[in-house]
Design a binder for this molecule. Structure first.
Ligand code: IVH
Length: 689
């Protein structure tokens, strides 16, 4: 049945129901007053749903029954903002506010005190763009990087303070409204309360809750979240007249059915905006939503146009940011957290305290130098600061209130996660766990390094897959990789039989490697590929390297006391040794190289590779040069020993010619390599000198 065949009384009733429901929604969600009992509202809604079910041809996307659509599969499509979504410059003091007014007045050639400003609270939510064509909401998008955002139309449609259809007269053919989506305090408490009861996700603060809710692929989840919207800007308008001022545009938006901030005020000059910011600071605690400052905009749209913008912010507006909030609390304890690369960070465990709207229980102490600088002890009274999104900081200790029984903060000797020795070297701020290959805190990082191109070069084992393997505890150490089977891999997300067997084949191929690559792959601190190559040639076997004493390690050219210590400590951790052994048991092997401690053929030389090599990859060339003792550099200087130039060589070749550095082509390079490599391996009977 088409809509023409539907009896007129039905069409009229549907229109009437929609008008009444829209009005009730508007009064409740936009004007914050409710004048219709819940029962009556529900009755209207049910009647409309029933009629729409009976006459599906009457359903339109703007009907109040259509706020919640079907889930989206995959990702949000991206959208390009035809008018860039700018950010705002910040002011942190009255002086900075005055300077902003003065700058604008000078550019406009007017008296600073005569400038009119429209002032609004700065909401701590998310910027959203809404596009209406012929009065109908057709697109909702996030800010993204300002030029490209994500299409979240389905989700913004569930927000009751966003009209699906514009009301009032002279509806424009195109309207782009921007504003802030947020969750108020009461809504936030309610949703967390429910989440706690239902074992759902409890959010740390309203902003996180709003961000999480807006980025749901299933709009029915967004619909359950108490999201709200305040409009704060018109970005595009066609088919209607622009008003003269921003405040008049905001009044037009209210006629179209939007909600704008009731705190909005019109003031004159610097004194006016300073007063407003002060007032907002005082009102802040009594508002039902988080604000982190105020936005001050020149009200005249003509003046806005004249001022324009610099880089990413308009010259006609500024954001005043409230000073960071500080509170005093007790430092109950300090725990040490182990990061992805083994760095130990002291984390303060605080007596819970409310700072700028969130309960703070932890604060980072960064490192032991910071602990010393603050002169902080367990049991101290400390001042905690939080500003905006920034993580809470301990600013200082209230020494006058130090109790008698405080305790020193001491760095543990063993890693709290894996029990390996903690290394803290002289001159270095960070303390690190030395159980790199084994420590659960460092698993993802060490596996990524192990599989990387210059290490075991395991094709198809990327970051995402490693995350999954670690999270599902299928892989704990690199040795576990070699035990993975096709069947279990094929069941992982984004994997199939084919990619799983490719990965197993790649792992199998990676079993034959070189000693240099292996030494690099196990991730000893500060042992890069060049050092690994030197170690491989100097020691010849892994066993020799593993049992090397500090003096022996330090006698290797280019290896200083710090790197020597890292290598030494690494191989004194039983867990690392076990893992290395397990890798060999899984079939990881390399050709033994002859150990040599006589000078390598290219020792002390620096080579540069440029242009395209046709017989080998650049990495191979580099590896072979390094094994012969050469350094491979990225640029040509007077110190360069030789440049290998392939086709397409450009500025490096020119530079070499200018400095009269020797330049050879790939064929000559290959001949020389063969010669040097023969020298390095065949005459091992020759004396050490
Ligand atoms: S006006 C070109 N007004 O602050 C200026 N922004 O750094 C457009 N914000 O991400 C912004 N409350 O989401 C404006 N009353 C308000 C605001 C506001 C919050 C946010 C906005 C933007 C950021 C600007």
């Amino acid at each position: 049945m088409s809509s023409h065949d539907i009896p007129a009384d039905i069409t009229n009733e549907v229109a009437d129901l929609r008008r009444r429901i829209d009005e009730a929604n508007h009064r409740y969600y936009v004007e914050n007053e409710s004048d219709i009992p819940d029962n009556d509202y529900d009755r209207l809604m049910r009647r409309l749903q029933a009629l729409e079910e009976q006459f599906p041809a009457l359903v339109t996307p703007e009907s109040p029954t259509q706020r919640v659509g079907a889930p989206l599969s995959g990702e949000f499509p991206s959208v390009t903002h035809s008018v860039r979504m700018l950010s705002l410059d910040n002011a942190f003091s009255d002086d900075e506010l005055s300077a902003f007014v003065k700058r604008a007045a000078t550019r406009l050639g007017s008296d600073p005190e005569s400038l009119t400003f429209c002032c609004e609270p700065k909401l701590d939510g998310l910027a959203v763009s809404l596009i209406y064509r012929d009065g109908k909401l057709v697109q909702g998008a996030t800010r993204g990087d300002g030029s490209t955002g994500e299409d979240i139309t389905r989700n913004v449609r569930t927000i009751r303070s966003i009209p699906l259809k514009l009301s009032g007269h002279d509806v424009p053919s195109l309207l782009e409204v921007r504003g802030e989506v947020f969750i108020g305090h009461s809504g936030f408490e309610g949703m967390n309360e429910r989440a706690r009861k239902e074992n759902g996700k409890v959010f740390a603060n309203p902003r996180n809750a709003a961000a999480g809710s807006l980025r749901q692929l299933d709009p029915s989840i967004t619909n359950d979240r108490p999201l709200e919207f305040f409009a704060y800007q018109v970005a595009q308008l066609e088919g209607a007249e622009w008003a003269d001022t921003h405040s008049a545009m905001m009044a037009r938006l209210r006629e179209f059915g939007f909600r704008s901030n009731p705190e909005l005020a019109i003031v004159q000059g610097a004194s006016g905006i300073i007063d407003f910011c002060q007032r907002m600071g005082e009102r802040r605690a009594s508002l039902d939503y988080d604000i982190d400052g105020a936005v001050l905009k020149i009200d005249s749209l003509a003046q806005q146009a004249e001022l324009g913008f610099v880089s990413r912010a308009p010259r006609w507006a500024i954001a005043f940011k409230f000073p960071a909030e500080e509170r005093i609390t007790t430092l109950n304890d300090v725990e040490f957290q182990v990061g992805r690369i083994g760095t130990l960070t002291p984390v303060a465990k605080l007596e819970p305290v409310q700072v700028a709207g969130v309960t703070v229980t932890n604060a980072t102490l960064h490192n032991m130098d910071e602990v010393a600088r603050l002169d902080v002890r367990i049991g101290d009274q400390v001042i905690v600061r939080r500003a905006g999104d920034v993580i809470p900081q301990i600013v200082k200790v209230v020494i006058e209130q130090r109790p008698d029984n405080t305790r020193d903060i001491v760095m543990p000797e063993r890693c709290p996660v894996c029990g390996s020795q903690i290394e803290r070297l002289e001159g270095e701020v960070a303390a690190r766990c030395s159980g790199g290959l084994f420590c659960p805190a460092q698993r993802k990082e060490s596996l990524q390094h192990f599989a990387s191109r210059k290490a075991l070069d395991i094709d198809g084992l990327g970051e995402k897959l490693i995350d999954v393997l670690v999270e599902r505890e299928m892989v704990k150490t690199p040795a576990d990789l070699f035990r993975l089977g096709v069947a279990e891999l094929a069941e992982l997300p984004r994997m199939a039989e084919k990619s799983a067997s490719n990965l197993v084949a790649a792992l199998d191929k990676a079993r034959s490697t070189t000693l240099a690559r292996f030494i690099y792959a196990i991730g000893i601190r500060e042992v890069g590929e060049a050092t690994a190559a030197v170690l491989a040639t100097r020691f010849g076997s892994l066993d020799a390297l593993m049992s090397a004493e500090l003096e022996q390690l330090m006698s290797v050219p280019d290896i200083g006391p710090i790197v020597a210590r890292h290598i030494h400590t690494f191989f004194r951790q039983q867990a690392n040794v076990d893992t290395v052994k397990a890798l060999q048991d899984e079939g990881v092997h390399w050709e033994e190289v002859e150990a040599t401690d006589r000078p390598q053929p290219l020792e002390g030389q620096t080579w540069v590779l440029t242009g395209t090599l046709e017989q080998m990859t650049r990495d191979d060339a580099k590896e072979r040069l390094q094994q012969l003792g050469a350094k491979v550099a990225g640029s040509v200087s007077k110190k360069t020993s030789c440049v290998v130039a392939g086709p397409g060589a450009g500025s490096k070749l020119a530079k070499a010619e200018q400095l009269e550095v020797e330049v050879i082509d790939e064929a000559t390079f290959l001949e020389r390599l063969a010669g040097y490599e023969g020298e390095a391996t065949t005459d091992s009977e020759a004396s050490d000198e």
